[in-house]
Design a protein around this ligand. Structure first.
Ligand code: C2E
Ligand code: MG
Ligand code: MG
Ligand code: MG
Length: 281
């Protein structure tokens, strides 16, 4: 049995492999050609000011329509790409494509910021900072218009390296946002150790906040803490008007979720922006 990782390596199935490992091999194999075959695209989900409804930001989310596997969601293929290292290439493509799109929107959406999801391996890749600089410069974008979303998982384990990488990115003027805040390895010491601009309150807390007093109290506490630390707050997974109103009342700055819009193709985002300008909420 030959099992080698890396590009172009020979891989044979092993009868003793777990179902996950077998699925991962299939996904990894198909994903290797995905960029060249133009099977990847980005969709954009609006992030709006809770007060005014203005779309200040969008989150770019990766989509993969595989010729052999059909549609595969990022929750299935990103972990595989993280394990194999392919996420570095995928991430570079996402960065370049999001910046290209922002450049293409310069007339219609001149102030829009885009946020992209970044994996640990990408952030710790020595070439990453230069890639970010190049992507911004290639499309004449101010660094303030790019935000990088990291999860708490990225911060643990590589503290010193991560701190150095974030410091250089912040020096460049790029914003850093802590994604899915409150899940997993929450440690409040991250908030003082790392240069973070934004907290994204995880969907799981937002989902329960209208019916569960405890979820409501938890979200209110995160908002109050974030405010006192001078952080921007984004609520993820806002699905109802009731949640949006409660978050606004707490002083949460930004809302993201199906109640505002699903992630949409680039052309549809322009339509969304035009509608917003007319109705203003
Ligand atoms: P995330 O960064 O937390 O992205 C938010 C996810 O929640 C997205 O799922 C989005 O479609 C979904 N969502 C947004 N609003 C709502 C809502 O109101 N209700 C519900 N139920 N869901 C909502 P998606 O696009 O499937 O992405 C899943 C995860 O995959 C992302 O979580 C992110 O961790 C990862 N991912 C996506 N694109 C990339 C990428 O380009 N690079 C990396 N490294 N990871 C990515
Ligand atoms: Mg995210
Ligand atoms: Mg998130
Ligand atoms: Mg998430």
């Amino acid at each position: 049995d030959v099992k080698k990782s890396g590009r172009g390596a020979l891989r044979l199935f092993d009868a003793g492999m777990s179902a996950y490992a077998r699925e991962a091999l299939v996904i990894d194999g198909a994903l290797r050609g995905a960029i060249a075959a133009s099977e990847l695209r980005l969709v954009y989900q609006p992030i709006v000011d809770a007060r005014t409804g203005r779309m200040d930001k969008v989150e770019a989310l990766l989509r993969w329509q595989s010729a052999t596997l059909g549609h595969v969601g990022p929750d299935r293929f990103i972990p595989v790409a993280e394990d194999s290292g392919l996420v570095i290439d995928l991430g570079a493509w996402v960065l370049a494509e999001a910046c290209r799109q922002l450049g293409a929107w310069r007339d219609q959406l001149p102030h829009l910021a885009v946020s992209i999801n970044v994996s640990a391996r990408q952030l710790l890749d020595p070439a990453f900072l230069l890639l970010v600089e190049q992507a911004l410069a290639a499309h004449g974008l101010a660094p303030q218009r790019l935000e990088l979303e990291l999860t708490e998982r990225v911060l643990i384990g590589n503290g010193e390296q991560v701190r150095a990488a974030l410091g250089r990115l912040r020096e460049l003027g790029v914003s850093i946002s802590l994604d899915d805040f409150g899940t997993g390895y929450s440690s409040l010491s991250y908030l003082t150790q790392f240069e973070i601009n934004t907290l994204k309150i995880d969907r799981s807390f937002v989902t329960g906040m209208v019916d569960s007093p405890r979820s409501h109290a938890l979200v209110a506490t995160i908002v109050a803490m974030g405010q006192s630390l001078g952080l921007q707050l984004v609520a993820e997974g806002v699905e109802t008007a009731g949640q949006a109103d409660a978050l606004d009342a707490m002083g949460c700055h930004y809302l993201q979720g199906y109640h505002i819009s699903r992630p949409v193709a680039a052309a549809d985002l322009l339509r969304f922006a035009a509608q917003r300008r007319e109705s203003n909420r």
